[in-house]
Design a protein around this ligand. Structure first.
Ligand code: ATP
Ligand code: ZN
Length: 298
């Protein structure tokens, strides 16, 4: 592989794959990737994408095989604690919190079991694939319990009598419910993150890392942002400015032939809901129009 090109590790097949590729496409990357190929070639950026298991991403950055990686905070933090426990230090730095991959690492107990807070964990066996995060949680709460480390299929451990409860990732809770478990405590709130090597990169590579970071910021801002246009009586402007969600000073444009009414244009950094439009209308606004924002550069 070409050492002058950035290497970014992405999950090969899983929950993070589509949102990760979607983010890169929105950042302008054109990838050529043959079917089943493990490396995607960036046609319009000096950046190649390596498709791997998410658990391997911290090691790939740690060992300087990759400069960047997209992975869940759960995997990142577990690896960081594992390196620390072995007396080493992680050489991957989180540089951006991303707006996908949201879930939580939680404790869940059999539906019928009783729960009186973390004290109920004392002496219990807890099955997990995240022993280091769980160990930290127990230590911080001064509770002694037995950690049963499994490679997968954690949710069936209580039924198999391998554990009394579990510590696993939850999003909707449907998997827990299907396995007669209920969530009782959050260990870690998770989302995807972009990590980078702490190494000082050659200037051209570093320049592309910075450009990518700026584009990611733009993409994430735009996802929630809306461009709103409306007509309003001048007298209602203070009230209307107050109602516009997350907008900085709106643009006021005179309307030909109606001295009392103006057009208001504003970028809202939050989604605009029907309720907001209804309130704007009550405040005197008319001809309301809400448009998606395509790109943004501060
Ligand atoms: P791999 O084969 O790459 O090891 P995996 O089985 O570990 O895949 P996935 O289930 O695809 O991984 O999850 C990848 C990441 O997606 C998780 O580590 C977590 O950060 C995030 N995630 C988001 N929602 C969920 C969820 N409901 N359950 C599990 N993980 C989720
Ligand atoms: Zn994994």
């Amino acid at each position: 592989m070409d050492a002058a090109r950035l290497k970014l590790a992405v999950q090969k097949a899983g929950r993070l794959t589509d949102p990760s590729l979607d983010l890169l496409v929105r950042c302008g990357l054109k990838l050529s990737r043959g079917k089943d190929q493990l490396v995607g070639y960036g046609e319009n950026m000096p950046l190649d994408v390596l498709f791997v298991r998410d658990d391997d991403i911290p090691d790939l950055v740690q060992e300087d095989v990759c400069d960047l990686g997209l992975l869940g905070l759960n995997v990142l933090e577990e690896k960081r604690l594992e390196f620390a426990a072995r007396g080493g230090a992680a050489r991957f730095m989180p540089v951006r919190r991303l707006d996908f991959g949201r879930c939580r690492l939680s404790l869940a107990i059999p539906t019928e079991a009783s729960w009186q807070g973390v004290d109920s964990l004392r002496g219990k066996r807890i099955a997990t694939t995240y022993p280091f995060l769980l160990e930290r949680f127990l230590r911080e709460r001064e509770v002694t319990a037995h950690i049963v480390t499994l490679a997968g299929a954690v949710e069936i451990a209580p039924r198999l009598k391998r554990a009394d409860l579990i510590c696993d990732l939850v999003a909707s809770g449907a998997t827990l419910e299907a396995n007669h478990l209920r969530e009782v405590e959050t260990v870690l709130e998770c989302h995807a993150v972009l990590v980078r090597t702490p190494l000082i990169l050659p200037p051209e590579k570093e320049d592309w890392v910075q450009r990518l970071l700026m584009r990611i910021d733009g993409v994430q801002q735009v996802r929630e942002s809306k461009y709103i246009m409306l007509h309003a009586p001048r007298s209602a402007l203070p009230e209307i400015a107050r109602l516009l969600p997350g907008s900085e000073s709106p643009t006021i444009i005179p309307l030909e032939g109606s001295p009392d009414r103006v057009a208001v244009h504003a970028v809202c950094r939050e989604n605009v809901f029907w309720e907001t439009l209804e309130r704007l209308k009550q405040a005197g606004a008319s001809a309301l129009l809400v448009l998606p924002v395509e790109k943004m550069l501060a």
